[in-house]
Design a protein around this ligand. Sequence first.
Ligand code: KG4
Ligand code: ZN
Length: 336
Amino acid sequence: MIVLGIETSCDETAASVVGPGGVLSDVVHTQEVHVAYGGVVPELAGRAHADKIVTTVQAALDRAGITKPDAVVATQGPGLIGAVLVGLCFGKAAAAAWDVPFVGVNHLEGHLLSATMASDGPDFPFLSLVVSGGHTTLYLARGVGDYEVLAETVDDAAGEAYDKVARMLGLGYPGGPKVDALAQSGNPAGVALPRPQPKVRPPRTPAGRSGIRALDMSFSGLKTAVRSALEADRSLRPEDVAASFQAAVVDVLVDRVTRAASETGVSRLTVAGGVAANSHLRERMLALDLHCTLPPVSRCTDNAAMIAHAGRLRLVAGQRDPLGVAARAQWTPGTL
Ligand code: KG4
Ligand code: ZN
């Protein structure tokens, strides 16, 4: 089955064709319009997707050497609703016009399963840490569609913290790759920063607040500690701040996957999502005494190959979605 995948949940317009032998084409257009604003502007993202969707899909079909796929899949959420709608509506319309099956894919499930695209990818069950701009969640994946959330951030996502620290350092957007590059020449012990551990809370408190698990994470205090350090000492070297911040984030993520592996007895691990492109994170994860598989850097940040792959697994298992499926701004894979 040869599948066309479409991804438009944030600021990448992407299309890819995936077949039984793997990825046949993988086209990603990153929107430049947001750079001037220092972050993604939702309305501009939707308009830019509408401008680029036809040429991006056509390029993916041309590069794969096909004119019509056997099925179409598109990101259904979570994401910026106006952005998701463009790719989802286009995908549904294309499936209707070609008279082929359609499946809507959860963007996070795309990241979660991205390491299984490679021939040496992990077998189930495996731990999957999805670290992106909007989410930081550790899953236990038992099979396609069978995911347990073991831990998540209680406030900022790791990528969001990277982007905010980049802004404090005047590095611009997107911040993650810029902090990564600057940290290469910095001292990771140059600035003392906390490794936050949120206080555990039972699942339901009398005040109605949701619980906090022992493996949950928090990155907003770390971001505030970076701001305080910069305000307290104006002579701090930006490269030391970047390296120290990065060391703190990666220490927390390494701690959680190590503890999850020992608690669950599952030693296969993947890390995915934009922050999995981080050089220090990759180094540290691969050095752990676990079977860690990382997608290539180009498949960590948003792409349509991971969406086509996740949708293809569902299609091969016999799943189809009606063309009436709605875009979802919020949607955790634990509820799939
Ligand atoms: O998965 P992704 O492309 O989009 C979302 O689904 O959110 O992740 C984007 C996030 C951004 O916060 C970006 O700054 C971060 O991933 N990122 C990185 C690196 N490359 C991208 N963070 C740290 N180091 C990197 N090399
Ligand atoms: Zn993503």
